[in-house]
Structures are given as C-alpha cells and as structure tokens.
Design a protein around this ligand. Structure first.
Ligand SMILES: Cc1cc2nc3c(=O)[nH]c(=O)nc-3n(C[C@H](O)[C@H](O)[C@H](O)COP(=O)(O)OP(=O)(O)OC[C@H]3O[C@@H](n4cnc5c(N)ncnc54)[C@H](O)[C@@H]3O)c2cc1C
Length: 390
C-alpha cells in the first residue's frame, strides 16, 4: 500500500522513538508495573494525544489510517503505551463527532496537548458484553446531574482528568438503550478520593501493566447539566455514541494486535538464527521453519485486513464488518504468534529476561477487550447473514 510522504515521515519518527526509548525499557516497566511518565511526556511532545483532533482545535488532524499505523508502531514497543492514548482518542473522537461546538472548543484544545487526558467508561462489575444492563444512574437536580453507581475496568481511570461515562438517565425507557446518556465528567487526576467519587487502588492484572485499570465508585457525584455529550440532543443517545466509538476502537485494537504480533515475530526470527541445537541454528530445523512461515503469513494477512478496515473507516463508509473481522483475526493471530514465539525460544521464552514472556501475557487482553472475540463473531455472522440473505 502506498503511504503519503507525511505518513512515512510520521511513522519513521515513531519507529525511531519506539526502538530507542520504548522497546528496550518496556519489560522493566512491566515487571515493576510502573507508569511510564517519560514515554508519555514524549507522546505529548510529539502531539500524539491530538493526532486525530482537527487542526482548528489544536490537533494534528490526521486520519484514522495514520492513527492505526502509529498504534501498530507503539504497540510493537509496548501495548500499554498505546493504551494510555487509546481511551483518550476514543473520547476525543466522540466529542468531535457528537459534541456541541461549545464542548469541542472547551475540551479538544486541552485534550490535543495531553494536558487533559481522558478515560472511557461503560463497563460495570455485572455488565461487560451486555452494555444495556448497566445500572449507573444520572439524575437531574437543578442545573446538575447526580451520578451514582460503580464502573469497572476504566483504563487510565486514576490519572485521567476526564472520563467519558455512560449512565442511565431514563430507567423506564424501552428499549433500554434509549434511556442512556454519555457524560463528559471532569475529575481530579491522580486522586483516589474527591467529593462523590472514589477511585480504588488499581486492579491487578496478568499483563497490560504500567497503565492503570480501575474501578470508579460514584456516590452523589455532581456534574453540570452542560456535561451531557451533545447537549439536550444527546439525552438518550449515549449508547449509540459509545457503540460508534467501540467500532472505531476495534480498528484500534486490531492495530495493537498487529504491533504485538510483529514484536513476537521479530524476537522469534532473530532468536531462531542465534540459537543452536544439534550443531546448527534452530532456524535450519524444519519444525521451526514451519512456525516462522505460519507466523509471517498470518501477520501479513492481519496487516492487510487492518489497513483495509482503517482505510474504509477513514473514508466515513460503514466498516463494522471489516473492522470486526480485522479485530477478530488480528487478535487471534497475536495470541498465536506470542505463544509460537515462546515455543521458538524454548525454556528461555519462559524467562523474564526475554521479551516474549511479556508479549505472551499482554496478548489475551486483545481477545477480551473492545468486545470479546465471541461477541465479535456473532456480530460478523449477523452482518454476513444480512448480506447473503436468501
Ligand atoms: C485490562 C482491561 C481493560 C479494560 N478497559 C476498559 C475501559 O477502558 N473501559 C470500559 O468500559 N471497559 C474496559 N474493559 C472491559 C471490557 O471491555 C470487558 O471486560 C469486555 O467487554 C467483556 O465483558 P465482561 O468482562 O463483563 O465479560 P462477560 O460479558 O461477562 O462475558 C463472559 C464470557 O461470556 C461470553 N458471552 C457473553 N455474552 C455472550 C453472547 N451473547 N454470546 C456469546 N458469548 C457471550 C463472553 O464472550 C465471555 O467469553 C477492560 C477490560 C480489561 C480486562
């Protein structure tokens, strides 16, 4: 695929940054579960928090395809770093597309610099795939809404100064989703307790470390009525807005999977040429060659699907099927590639001294997040059945 000169320049800068400052240190940060302050400062400096925000609001104004390629490169270094940007990017996209002009002017310039970073929160302890079952309530009280309820798995939930939040404003609505509204919640960053909101200590995870995932416990939290995304028109439209962002997120997760799988492949093909067994490099053994061939082929196929979905989505066309297929395929490839890379490393793959151990722990998130791959397949099947209806 032909990239523009601008896309090539941006990717070269990101690739150099990842090779010099991310990849060599990512596992140390992962093992300490430490937030990468300096790497994030560099992302801010490069303008990546405003990558898709239009220039008139202070962003770089780049398209989704460029964003997907940048996400792939960041994830090749460490998926947690792309996780710091991901929820922010989705919230900014929602404000840009569904917010009022006043909201765009108020939030996007601060988001573009990274001064204001956003989380994105719909999941609750009892409701993940079944988003319509959420219970967090927002009740109008004068010129404010009062939020009560518990959110789960809010990535960037502690350090973010803003949360794009889905809450129920009309519990009687039928269907349920018409009673849901998106709120732009401003909060104190890096604070565990503030009036009406407790952010408990971060959840302990298998991988995807460094970036925090938290619960958010709202109890009488007041947010101005003006914080309804889209203003008065946004009432009852929150579910629709969040689902549109999730579709976008799928291209993004697919790009992350591609970056992760590429990192596993690069580690494996290097090791296969360095390690010797039975008097020759292990890459001379056919069993290892089969793995290399399969990894390389599947990663290439995933790459083409991700580019196809990102390009289609960038044009504004309907891309749910392509985005869903790319997410499903690329994340399964990443899962497989990280295990195969570990097998190629033999016992050393199990050691924390080699990168494949981290890649192996990081990959399952991608098959679970942004819609599990089971749900993903049911959506793909539904669309295929519509398209091929007899
Ligand atoms: C590290 C991490 C970060 C996250 N970050 C965020 C975030 O920033 N914001 C946010 O809102 N959420 C976030 N999530 C939540 C994530 O999106 C959900 O965990 C995910 O959607 C699955 O929901 P669940 O965990 O409740 O699983 P469940 O919905 O309980 O599913 C359990 C199992 O049942 C299957 N299943 C459920 N319903 C069906 C069905 N109809 N057909 C077939 N199979 C079905 C699922 O596929 C899965 O295998 C994050 C999760 C993790 C692990």
């Amino acid at each position: 695929m032909q990239l523009t000169a601008e896309q090539r320049d941006i990717l070269a800068v990101i690739r150099d940054f990842v090779d010099a400052e991310v990849a060599p240190h990512a596992s140390e940060f992962d093992h300490r579960d430490e937030f990468p302050e300096e790497m994030v400062a560099k992302l801010k400096e490069m303008g990546l928090f405003g990558i898709t925000i239009p220039e008139e609001y202070g962003g770089l104004g780049l398209d989704l395809l460029t964003y997907a390629l940048v996400v792939k490169e960041l994830s090749r270094g460490w998926i947690s770093l792309s996780g710091v940007v991901n929820t922010h990017f989705m919230a900014a996209w929602m404000i840009q597309n569904f917010g009022t002009e006043e909201q765009r002017r108020s939030y996007l310039p601060r988001m573009a610099t990274g001064e204001l970073r956003s989380a994105y929160s719909m999941t609750e302890p009892h409701a993940g795939s079944d988003v319509q079952a959420i219970r967090t309530r927002a009740v109008r009280d004068g010129d404010a809404y009062v939020i009560d309820g518990q959110k789960m798995w809010a990535t960037n939930g502690l350090r973010a100064g803003m949360v794009m939040l889905l809450a129920v404003t009309d519990p009687e609505a039928k269907p349920q989703h018409r009673g849901m509204t998106a709120f732009i919640i401003e909060k104190e960053p890096d604070v565990h307790e503030q009036p009406g909101l407790v952010v408990p200590p971060q959840l302990q995870k298998l991988g995807y470390k460094g970036v925090e995932s938290t619960e958010l416990v709202f109890e009488g939290f007041r947010t101005p009525a003006a914080s309804v995304l889209g203003g008065q028109d946004g009432l009852g439209r929150g579910f629709k807005y969040f689902m549109a962002a999730v579709e976008l997120g799928r291209v993004n997760v697919a790009a992350r999977a591609l970056g992760l799988a590429t990192a596993a492949f690069e580690a494996a093909i290097k090791y296969a040429q360095e390690r010797e067994a039975f008097g020759r490099p292990i890459c001379d053994h056919q069993a290892i060659q089969l793995k290399i061939a399969q990894m390389g082929t599947k990663i290439r196929a995933a790459e083409l699907m991700v580019l196809d979905a990102a390009r289609l989505k960038s044009t504004g066309a309907r891309a749910d099927l392509e985005a869903g297929m790319a997410k499903f395929f690329a994340t399964e490839v990443a899962q497989e590639a990280t295990l195969e890379a570990m097998r190629i490393h033999g016992g050393y793959g199990y050691s924390r001294e080699f990168v494949v151990e981290r890649l192996y722990r990081d990959s399952p998130l991608l098959i679970l997040g942004e819609g599990t791959n089971e749900i993903q397949q049911t959506l793909i099947a539904r669309r295929l059945l519509e398209r091929h209806k007899i």
